[in-house]
Design a protein around this ligand. Structure first.
Ligand code: FEO
Length: 172
């Protein structure tokens, strides 16, 4: 059974994951309208992943005798100054999510809730991967700067990364 404190902390994380999904969906839509298919596909996939992160938490809270809170979400930005800025936002957001997961782990330890602590290890590992991926992409786009043909090649690169990571996800 989850303590009230643990339940609240997990429910806050449900909202953060749902908001992450909305933020990346907004980025996907913006990139699609701008004609960059690879970046758009990447962001649609990130958005789906965040929804999966949220659902996993919803199921967990309900299974442990709590009730998952499905709350109102903050509307994400609809327009970005540049692709570079958009990827900076993505990276900063992942850092924010990692901090929030760390805080959750801290609460689990305080509450002596070792089942939740164990459950959260998946998120700890996932955040390390997401941060590394965001950093790799950000490094690439920083190399390009405002070069238009560079952006075209970058878009194809990101599409390749998306296809490869989708293939990795389906491996047993
Ligand atoms: Fe679910 Fe990208 O954090």
């Amino acid at each position: 059974m989850l303590s009230k404190n643990m339940e609240k902390a997990l429910n806050d994380q449900i909202r953060i994951e749902a908001e992450s999904s909305q933020i990346y969906l907004s980025m996907a839509s913006w990139a699609e309208v701008k004609g960059l298919e690879g970046i758009s596909l990447f962001m649609y996939k990130q958005s789906e992943e965040e929804r999966m992160h949220m659902l996993k938490l919803v199921k967990y809270v309900n299974e442990r005798g709590g009730q998952a809170a499905i709350s109102a979400l903050t509307e994400p930005k609809a327009v970005y100054d540049s692709f570079q800025k958009m990827f900076e936002d993505l990276y900063d957001h992942e850092i924010f999510v990692s901090k929030s997961i760390n805080e959750l782990v801290h609460v689990a330890l305080q509450e002596k809730d070792y089942a939740t602590h164990n459950f959260l290890q998946w998120y700890v590992a996932e955040q390390m991967e997401e941060e590394a991926l965001a950093r790799t992409i950000l490094d690439k786009i920083n190399l390009i700067g405002n070069d238009k043909s560079g952006l075209y090649l970058f878009d194809r690169d990101v599409q390749q990364i998306t296809v490869e990571s989708a293939a990795a996800d389906t491996q047993p």
